[in-house]
Structure formats: structure tokens, C-alpha cells
Design a protein around this ligand. Structure first.
Ligand code: ASP
Length: 322
């Protein structure tokens, strides 16, 4: 009989209304009791915490991914993690960066709280348990299952603040669909080889610097002064930045601080096209992150700095080329 482990961390799926607003306080066993798992599936449960995902740190995230992997090592056929949707795209991506197992780790949550008159959590949890125990989910890495669809880690984003279809993978699409008792394959994700990241070690600080009309380099320099070992630029369009940012980025790369270029646009890759914009960044040694979001790019750059401190750029180039 297949067995899936349910690891709960909090989020809206576990939240109830209180005097100050919503607060996550429903444990895994209660989440499971409120849903209808697939027939014949054994589900074990444990709790890692009851927090909003907006309060998680990268240290918490390393602990969460390590715990999910430990549950696979113990013999579960798959793991489902419940957490808040706000940072779920980061959690699933870190889990995927190190995932070297055919069995899936599936993240899910909810847009409406546990005590809502029409909660979406129970259906999302039932679908995630079904995906986690399905042969169709093997070898797809870490997945995010929401509103009847499962997305590969790379490229998945929260695309709506409130609607139940909270996630999308713009330009990529879902990889699985849950239809009744079936899990239908829709596509195979592009996955690079897992990174040998030691989850017990702190990740180097990497900051995301946003570009907006007329940005100067003050925040970029402040990030470095605060200890950033790498910078992600949330650039305009296909990877352009204002001249002061381009100039500062050149200096950083020359000084050994890698710069990764992502876009503030939700769909499509960045490319070094414009002489005074993206092409200038590329000439200065910045790395272009394809269609990776700044938030996922930040984790990739931090992991590259941790795994290959002598040449993170080479690791990034290899990882992003796959
Ligand atoms: N809106 C969030 C959620 O869906 C809150 C959080 O990230 O915990 O759970």
C-alpha cells in the first residue's frame, strides 16, 4: 500500500480568523481529517510549524527541504508539504535544486482559510496527495499542486493574490492535471542536474534590486554594504537597466560579486539585446537567467555561491543552459 507523508508548516490552508486577522494554527492531522485522501493511500503526518510563509527565512527553508527529504529517506513514496502561498514558489524551487530522487515532493496550500465557508484547502490537499502517490509524478522533481494542476518548480509563480487559481508557469504551463481519480501528464519539465548543496550550511546573502524609471545605484550599493555576495537585478523587459545600474553592475562583477539578470516581466526570457541596456550588462560579465523569476534566481545564485565559491558563474551558466 503506498504511503505519503504530509508535512505541515502553516499558511492560509491552516489559518483561522482571530481578533487580529487570520493566523495559521491548524495542525497536519486536522488538515488531513478535513480532506478525502485517495482510497488505499496511507498518509502519515507531522508538523514543522504553524507560520505564514511570509515570515519564513532561508534558514527555515533549508530546514523544511531537509525534513521533506528525510521523510523520503524514511521510506515514504512521496511527500506533501503544506505552506503559505506567498513564498511557495521559492520553497518548491529550493527543494527542486537539490532533488535527486524519482519520488516527488509536492507543495500545496490554499487561498481561503481553513474556517472559510467554502475553503479550497481540502481539495488542494486531496489533489496533492493524489499527485504525490501517482506514478505520473515520478522523475518530475519537486512540484507545486494547486487548483487541479501541478507545476514543475522552475518557472512557477504566484499569479493572483486571491483567486483559487493562484499559480501559473507563464510560457511553460502545468506538467500534470488532476481529473477525478486520474493524474494526467501534460508535459515534462526541463530539469538540470541536482546541485550538491549542503542544506545544513547557511546560504550566502543574495539581494534582489528592482529597476524602475530613473533608478540610481544607491540600493544596489547598500545591498553590497549589507553583505550581499551576489546580486539579482529585477531588470526591465528583456533585461535592460538604467545606466547607473549598468555601471555599478560592471564594477561589482569586476570586483568578484556575480550579477544575475532577471526581468520584472512575468513571462519570457531575458537577452542581451540593447547596446546601452542588456548588452552592456552582458559585456560587463552579468549572467542572464532565462525566464527565471528574480525570487527563484536569487536562490539559484545563492546555491551557486555556496556550491562553487571559486566560480559561481560557470555553475550558473551550466545550470541555466540545461
Ligand atoms: N497568503 C498566504 C497563504 O496563502 C499567507 C502565507 O504565505 O502564509 O498562506
Amino acid at each position: 500500500m503506498p504511503r505519503v507523508h504530509l508535512l505541515a508548516t502553516g499558511g492560509t490552508i491552516a489559518s483561522r480568523e482571530g481578533p487580529d486577522g487570520l493566523a495559521a494554527r491548524t495542525p497536519a492531522a486536522e488538515l488531513l481529517a478535513a480532506t478525502r485522501p485517495p482510497a488505499g493511500l496511507t498518509v502519515t503526518t507531522s508538523d514543522l510549524g504553524t507560520v505564514g510563509s511570509f515570515a519564513l527565512t532561508t534558514g527555515d527553508l533549508r530546514g523544511l527541504v531537509a525534513e521533506a527529504r528525510r521523510r523520503l529517506d524514511e521510506g515514504a513514496d512521496g511527500v506533501v508539504v503544506t505552506q503559505g502561498t506567498d513564498t511557495m514558489e521559492e520553497s518548491v524551487y529550493l527543494a527542486d535544486l537539490v532533488h535527486d530522487d524519482p519520488r516527488p515532493i509536492v507543495f500545496t496550500g490554499a487561498q481561503r482559510p481553513f474556517d472559510d465557508p467554502a475553503p479550497d484547502g481540502p481539495a488542494n490537499l486531496a489533489a496533492a496527495l493524489r499527485v504525490a502517490s501517482s506514478p505520473a509524478a515520478r522523475d518530475l522533481g519537486a512540484l507545486l499542486c494547486f487548483d487541479g494542476l501541478a507545476f514543475a518548480a522552475r518557472g512557477v509563480r504566484k499569479v493572483d493574490t486571491l483567486r483559487s487559481g493562484a499559480f501559473g508557469a507563464p510560457g511553460r504551463g502545468p506538467v500534470l492535471r488532476v481529473a477525478g481519480d486520474s493524474v494526467l501528464p501534460l508535459g515534462r519539465p526541463v530539469r538540470s542536474s541536482p546541485l550538491p548543496l549542503d542544506l545544513r550550511t547557511e546560504l550566502p546573502r543574495v539581494d534582489v534590486v528592482a529597476c524602475y524609471l530613473g533608478t540610481d545605484a544607491s540600493l544596489l550599493r547598500a545591498a553590497v554594504a549589507a553583505g550581499a555576495a551576489g546580486i539579482v537585478l529585477q531588470a526591465f523587459g528583456a533585461g535592460n537597466v538604467p545606466p547607473p545600474i549598468a555601471e555599478a553592475a560592471e564594477e561589482l562583477v569586476a570586483g568578484g560579486i556575480p550579477v544575475l539578470v532577471c526581468s520584472r516581466v512575468t513571462s519570457g526570457p531575458v537577452l542581451p539585446l540593447y547596446a546601452a541596456g542588456g548588452a552592456r550588462l552582458a559585456r560587463g560579465g552579468a549572467v542572464f537567467a532565462g525566464d527565471l523569476s528574480p525570487w527563484q534566481g536569487r536562490l539559484l545564485l545563492a546555491a551557486a555561491l555556496a556550491v562553487a565559491p571559486d566560480d559561481p558563474q560557470a555553475l550558473l551558466a551550466r545550470y541555466l543552459a540545461d
